[in-house]
Design a protein around this ligand. Structure first.
Ligand SMILES: C[S@@+](CC[C@H](N)C(=O)[O-])C[C@H]1O[C@@H](n2cnc3c(N)ncnc32)[C@H](O)[C@@H]1O
Length: 227
């Protein structure tokens, strides 16, 4: 068991499921940038970790200079690592890495509606189906018609939770653009397009609950978590 979410990120060095997930997420981010209209591309990342998915993709994408992003993450050491990566990529004027609470609407003020919303490693930590549905419905505050959503959800005990995510996203006015399972077969990664009109961002509204102790990491993905 990792002692915190910073240490949890070490699993990227050893766990095929996380490495494969990152590869698909990076591909979906790249695909989303490819189809973005000319001009500024706004991106938000919810519970961003150290931002390796977005930052890794931008390091090698022709639209990188058009991206204005806000990454929101509670663990200060992950934010520090992300900020260093932003600095060294020369993207400090465009990418904000906020050390804050991604569950509250106020953290997104001024950064939404986004063209691309990244919610990776989150959907397995929002409680039951009602908690999941709450988060997915509240994505209307971060989105506008045509926004692209990139998300992940793993299986636990053979239960394909990504099926539930896909069903609820359909009910929340998202259409599926692409869905893949990792080669390990137990982690779903989706790319959805928002078809709704979006809603004005409220002040200080809780958008979802990140369950568990925010300072503690979860088990290795391959064993339990279904991130
Ligand atoms: C499973 S990790 C996923 C990190 C990253 N998105 C990825 O896919 O690599 C979950 C992250 O959520 C962060 N987190 C937990 N509660 C949070 C909150 N209320 N606000 C912002 N980040 C939070 C944790 O610190 C952790 O880095």
């Amino acid at each position: 068991m990792p002692k915190d979410w910073f240490e949890w990120h070490d699993f990227y060095n050893t766990e095929p499921v996380l490495q494969q997930r990152l590869q698909i997420v990076g591909q979906y981010i790249s695909d989303s940038l490819d189809v973005s209209l000319p001009g500024i591309i706004r991106v938000v990342s919810v519970c961003a970790g150290d931002g390796r998915d977005l930052l890794g993709t931008l390091s090698n994408h022709p639209r990188a200079k058009d991206v204005y992003a806000r990454l929101i993450e509670l663990n200060p050491k992950l934010v520090e690592r992300g900020r260093l990566a932003i600095e060294s990529a020369g993207l400090a004027k465009q990418i904000e890495f906020i050390n804050g609470d991604a569950t509250t609407s106020s953290s997104y003020a001024g950064a939404v509606p986004a063209d691309i919303v990244i919610v990776c490693g989150v959907l397995g930590h929002v409680g039951d189906e009602a908690g999941l549905n709450r988060l997915l419905r509240n994505l209307s505050f971060l989105s506008k018609k045509g926004s692209l959503l990139i998300w992940t959800r793993g299986d636990t005990n053979g239960i394909r939770h990504s099926d539930t995510v896909r069903k609820l996203l359909g009910e929340a006015e998202f259409e599926e653009v692409s869905f893949k399972l990792t080669a390990t077969g137990d982690m779903g990664v989706g790319l959805h397009r928002y078809l709704g009109e979006g809603s004005a961002l409220p002040e200080n509204q809780q958008l979802f609950v990140f369950s568990g102790d925010p300072n503690r990491g979860s088990q290795p993905v391959s064993q339990t978590s279904g991130e």
